[in-house]
Design a protein around this ligand. Structure first.
Ligand code: 1PR
Length: 524
């Protein structure tokens, strides 16, 4: 039996799913006695350090946790569960004391790279440990964080990882282990790691290693989901956002089955977009929540879900907040939520007033769940102009001229699935979203969607240069070469595709095989 410490924020569902998948029984610690009597304790965490310590204090968990750690009983901390072991963190403005089990602090990344670090990175093993039984040390694990631990000495350092510089990515002190990366989201290797912890394996222990680790470019399969005319939830795919054939909505498969397939094929993440979410209300769309629950029970890479995340008043006058919708998604197994239309309206208001209200969905959800959990999905389309002075928007000089030989264009944000263009350009928009607390941009492009003609590298470069958070390039992938092109021509951290995967024209494995000796990627 594993006892799981759920302090009430973030996606503990993923950890429970992974442990149950391994055949374990998981008990949630409800009170301090559950911690005292635990045989093996897992402390997963997402969110912010200050919020976590506050909750641990309110629940009177701090002393029992300290006693548990001092007794050297088996403990696995994940992400914030690692940070909690240290004395303090730069993340909280107020001074909160951590558990102080390890001397040192938690510091923000001070790098010239995108922060948060999101993606699959490697490890250098600094201590021989049964935790890595049957590993070679070359594997990659899933990281998502803006802060990392800085122990006062090397005694407990189990692994290090490079992201701009070398930092500590896991620690071990006796039976207490904690990782910055997420085993529960690290595919088969992550499951193997959890198994080593659960079974206390100590065979085939890898040697101490050194070198530089590198973060992988991510390949993401995206499933646009909606109901067809018969009411079945299907994965669909449009051409420039038009998902209908003469008869019905295009049906390219079942969401849960396809997601599992892409996981097995090596997709680094899975994204679900409820493409009619702007019209319907997700909490009334229980099938979508069911899709998430079922998928997260056997897909162990990060899951993002978007569509309909906004404040909403139903026909009976009952009000729901965007945070409630997002929380339901997180509880059902999502690791990140993505906001589309609502983000455009929020940014318009923010640019008009120059003030953050602290109440928008982007701000509220990132405060509670951390900015790494908030993706902004934007649907821009090109507006061509003859002369840059013809518009107040940021223009680029383009190699793809407009219908009247225009050499300049700007990228107009749209809402409601591309149906409504707004007076806002995608570059300004992305920057404002970052200011408001978003952790990542999912950059679609209506002109390219479903065309198989390659990504819009001009758009991607323009947005990437404007923001310091990761950018996922999306729309237009038609062959394996398009993925190497987007990574060569732009600094995008990830590339997302839909149609070529659903139509089985190019499987995920082929993309990975092709990229293998060209860019850093994760091989399963
Ligand atoms: O506005 O918060 O409710 O969110 C709605 C979400 O649904 C947004 O993220 C929006 O991008 C998405 N969406 C709305 N309508 C459509 C549509 O297609 N009619 N799909 C839609 C967006 C675009 C991509 C697609 C890539 C790759 N899909 O995600 O998967 O373009 O396609 P490709 O590789 O086949 O070219 P809200």
């Amino acid at each position: 039996m594993i006892t799981l410490l759920d302090y009430g924020a973030g996606n503990v569902r993923s950890v429970i799913n992974a442990l149950e998948f391994l055949g374990e029984t998981v008990k949630i610690a409800q009170n301090k006695d559950d911690i005292v009597s635990a045989e093996k304790l897992v402390f997963p965490g997402v969110g912010s350090f200050g919020n976590m310590i506050k909750i641990l204090n309110n629940k009177n968990f701090v002393q029992p946790l300290k006693d548990y750690l001092e007794a050297d009983k088996p403990f696995l901390g994940i992400c914030l569960g690692l940070h909690a072991l240290f004395e303090k963190s730069e993340e909280s403005k107020e001074v909160f004391e951590g558990l102080g089990f390890i001397k040192g602090s938690v510091n923000r990344f001070d790098v010239d790279l995108s922060v948060p670090q999101i993606g699959w990175n490697g490890i250098n093993i600094k201590k021989k440990s049964g935790f890595f039984s049957n590993f070679s040390g070359d594997e990659k694990f899933y990281f998502v964080h803006s802060y990392h631990v800085k122990p006062a000495n090397d005694d407990a350092v189990l692994t290090t990882t490079d992201y701009g510089y070398e930092y500590v990515s896991s620690i071990q002190k006796g039976n207490v282990i904690a990782t910055q990366f997420h085993p529960e989201k690290s595919g088969e290797n992550g499951l193997k790691l959890l198994k080593n912890f659960v079974e206390d394996n100590r065979s085939n222990i890898p040697e101490i290693s050194s070198g530089n680790t590198r973060i992988a470019k991510r390949i993401i399969a995206c499933l646009d989901v909606r109901s067809n005319d018969r009411g079945d939830l299907v994965v669909t795919k449009g051409d420039q956002y038009d998902v209908r054939d003469e008869s019905d909505v295009r049906n390219l498969g079942k969401p849960v089955e396809l997601a599992r397939q892409y996981y097995v094929d090596g997709s680094d993440e899975i994204t679900f977009l409820n493409i009619t979410g702007f019209r319907d209300f997700p909490l009334e769309d229980l099938p979508m929540i069911d899709v998430l629950k079922k998928t997260s029970s056997n897909v162990f890479v990060p899951l993002t879900i978007g569509g309909g995340i906004r404040d909403f008043t139903d026909k009976n006058g009952r009000k729901y907040t965007a945070l409630q919708v997002a929380s339901e998604y997180f509880r059902s197994g999502a690791d990140k939520i993505s906001i589309g239309s609502d983000a455009v309206l929020i940014v318009e208001e923010y640019l008009k007033t120059g003030k953050k209200t602290g109440k928008s969905s982007i701000e509220v959800i990132s405060q509670v769940y951390g900015n790494q959990a908030v993706v902004i999905s934007v649907d821009p389309k090109r507006v061509y102009v003859k002369d840059p002075n013809d518009t107040k928007h940021k223009v680029i000089k383009t190699d793809t001229k407009g219908p009247n030989d225009e050499e300049y264009c700007w990228y107009q944000c749209t809402i409601k699935g591309g149906r409504e263009g707004r007076d806002l350009d995608a570059v300004t928009f992305a920057k404002a979203c970052e200011d408001l607390g978003a952790g990542e941009i999912l950059l679609n492009c209506i002109d390219k969607d479903g065309t198989n003609s390659g990504f819009d590298c001009e758009l991607i470069s323009a947005v990437k240069e404007a923001v310091g958070i990761p950018v996922i390039a999306s729309s237009g992938a038609g062959c394996v070469e398009h993925f190497s092109e987007v990574f060569e021509k732009t600094d995008a951290e990830a590339a997302l595709a839909a149609g070529i995967f659903h139509r089985k024209e190019v499987p995920v494995q082929s993309v990975k095989e092709y990229l293998q000796d060209k860019v850093e990627i994760r091989i399963k």
